[in-house]
Design a protein around this ligand. Structure first.
Ligand SMILES: [Zn+2]
Length: 308
């Protein structure tokens, strides 16, 4: 026996069909009329059926025509339903509806890589246009040859060198003076650094105040906003732009052999390194920087995904 449908509160109950006044009909009865109708207002009563369920009753006078789909409309609906299974980028037909975006798995991966690539250009354009944005390049390898630890600050939009200095050794007054100078120079500026956590640790700005493998107290990071891990990195922007991945199912752009194959110069001349990184950001902003020849959306032959 089907589950019972309880009565609606406050509506007159009729326990037999012959009690139902003329002009009141159930939804099913309205739909069976010629032309088919549907309720045009709230129910005004209810009738018992199957001995345990109540069907709402509607006034015929308030009912409105039920629109029937024309055959053209039905064909369009069928077509739309069919299209749910077809990838709109490569045309492959799947076994299940593809959902939002309508991309097959392969294309979804390509699209994800492309979106990160496109986002990298948005970021590069933002940095190039931002008059306050600077590049902070640091080399603070305590095991490097003496006198090689240094910093350089360069303004991104006009490539102007704002500061270069030897950074001395960790814990010396010379190092403290450099950090103090950076605090002043970088206040209220947007700071971009060379690499992030995947890159060379000795070229990450906070190594100016810490030794390798030393945990930095959060109070120290708060004191020098330019050390924050929130800042963008040239490596991060380039890696997303270049779109290399180390395995065919990964959608995470990475650097091909970090340190070996990078798109900028890394030397002992930090100002010149900074120039090469700034030039790279400008090329990404302009769209002239090369992309990996096997970038997903290039290699699969279906081109740049169009927006949803
Ligand atoms: Zn596809």
């Amino acid at each position: 026996m089907p589950a019972s449908v309880p009565p609606l509160l406050g509506l007159t109950k009729y326990t037999r069909w012959d009690q139902v006044p003329d002009g009141l009909h159930t939804k099913t009865q309205l739909a069976e009329m010629d032309p088919p109708l549907k309720p045009g207002a709230d129910p005004v009563g209810q009738v018992l059926y199957h001995g345990n369920s109540y069907a709402p009753l509607y006034e015929l006078a308030a009912a409105v025509p039920k629109r029937r789909a024309t055959s053209a409309q039905r064909a369009a609906l069928d077509r739309a339903r069919e299209l749910q299974y077809v990838c709109r980028r490569c045309g492959v037909q799947g076994d299940e509806p593809l959902g939002k975006g309508r991309w097959c798995m392969r294309c979804s991966c390509a699209v994800m890589m492309w979106e990160q690539h496109a986002q990298a250009q948005v970021m590069a354009r933002e940095l190039v246009a931002d008059q306050t944005a600077v590049l902070l390049v640091v080399d603070a390898d305590p095991e490097g040859p003496p006198g090689t630890q240094a910093v350089a600050v360069l303004q991104i939009h006009d490539h102007r060198v704002l500061y270069t200095a030897q950074a001395g050794e960790h814990g010396t007054p010379e190092r403290t003076a450099v950090v103090d100078r950076l605090d002043v120079l970088l206040a209220d500026r947007r700071v971009v650094r060379e690499c992030d956590h995947g890159g060379l640790a000795t070229r990450i700005p906070f190594t100016l105040v810490s030794l390798p493998r030393e945990m930095l107290p959060s109070a120290t990071i708060a004191e020098h906003a330019w050390m924050s891990s929130e800042v963008s990195s040239v490596a991060g922007v380039w890696v997303a732009w270049y779109a290399w991945t180390d395995n065919p199912s990964s959608t995470l752009p990475a650097a091909p052999g970090y340190g070996k194959q990078i798109a900028w110069q890394r030397s002992l001349d930090l100002a010149s390194d900074a120039q090469s990184m700034t030039a790279l950001l400008h090329r990404i902003a302009d769209g002239t920087e090369p992309v990996w020849e096997k970038a997903r959306w290039v290699a699969d032959g279906h081109g740049v995904p169009s927006p949803v």
